[in-house]
Design a protein around this ligand. Structure first.
Ligand code: 3HC
Length: 284
């Protein structure tokens, strides 16, 4: 089955990126947010991102208008009834996601595939909340979605082979490289990335080097686009803490435990770029 009519629930940082890449690939996209204000925020985030490409001469103004024309917005999940694929990108909270999927399962036609963009929750647990575990899959995009080339396609023991194939084809269609992972804590990337990012916080906490030198070490020694402390700030320290708690709960291994300094920073409201302060000061 080809996924042509795409629904995206949640139009925040991740959701709006998914809407953008799908519409850019020529697909019809319906995006959902709960209030008119959040719909406006999502729409302007997409406009801004496409505007950047226009300014750089990588996209024509006409193409930008055509892409925006393929995107419709709604505040009602009932409007996803006819979608081929609905990707959920709401807040990273099990209860909120489960409620969303229970409703989608009720309103969508039986053939609709449901996907979660969760970075850390169990796809199996989310799928089990619906009556269509065979048509349920993980589609984990990376931030910033228009730039990062990867999508983790996450299968459970119940996911139909046909849905896996369609999900991979969808990821390729929107210009991404799909990798297939079983549903296990952190999938592939966060399972490897989170211990590394926590280790960087631990060595900084222990006074090994300045934050700038830790980041420069990995940028100029290993060719990473961002150093680990910068990347912690970029992802969001609250998000890092949350993912760490879930992975530690799953594996009970110290390398997944959020470092004490991370916890204190989150408690202080230093959440990284989004609050203007994390390991670095972004207020200016
Ligand atoms: N939206 C759209 N385009 C963007 C963008 C955004 N938010 N941010 C940057 N870009 C584009 C720019 O337009 C530019 O495009 P061009 O090359 O076609 O001109 C390109 O990206 C490079 O941008 P800049 O020159 O402005 O900035 P940088 O060169 O510093 O790159 C970066 C910014 C792409 C964010 C780069 O620093 C990077 O790749 N950082 C690492 C990001 C990363 O690791 N993300 C994964 C996080 S983990 C995750 O998401 C999983 C989750 O579960 C935790």
């Amino acid at each position: 089955m080809e996924f042509n009519k795409i629904g995206v629930v949640g139009c925040g940082q991740m959701g709006s990126g998914i809407v953008e890449v799908a519409a850019k690939a020529g697909l019809e996209v319906l995006a959902m947010e709960i209030t008119d204000e959040l719909i406006e925020k999502g729409r302007s985030r997409i406009e801004k991102s496409l505007g950047r490409a226009v300014d750089k001469g990588k996209l024509s103004a006409e193409d930008k208008d055509a892409i925006m024309g393929r995107i419709k917005f709604t505040s009602n999940l009932d409007n996803f009834a006819d979608s081929d694929l609905v990707v959920e990108a709401v807040t990273e909270d099990l209860k909120t996601k489960l409620e969303t999927f229970v409703t989608l399962d009720r309103v969508c036609k039986p053939e609709t595939a449901l996907a979660s963009n969760t970075s850390s929750l169990s796809i199996t647990e989310l799928a089990a909340g619906t009556n269509r575990p065979g048509r349920f899959i993980g589609l984990h995009f990376f931030n910033p979605v228009p730039v990062m080339k990867l999508v983790e396609v996450v299968k459970t023991v119940a996911t139909d082979e046909e849905v896996i194939a369609s999900a991979r084809a969808f990821a390729e269609k929107v210009g991404k490289v799909p990798v297939l992972a079983k549903d296990g804590g952190g999938f592939i990337v966060n399972r490897l990335l989170v211990p590394y990012l926590f280790d960087a916080i631990l060595v900084y906490q222990n006074g090994l080097a300045t934050k700038e030198d830790i980041d420069n070490g990995m940028k100029f020694g290993c060719g990473h686009p961002m150093g680990p402390l910068e990347l912690n700030d970029f992802i969001g320290l609250d998000t890092m803490y949350y993912i760490g708690e879930i992975l530690f709960e799953e594996f009970k291994e110290p390398r997944f435990a959020p470092p004490p300094l991370l916890k204190r920073m989150v408690q202080a409201g230093y959440l990284g770029r989004k609050t203007g302060r994390g390991f670095y000061d972004y207020s200016k």
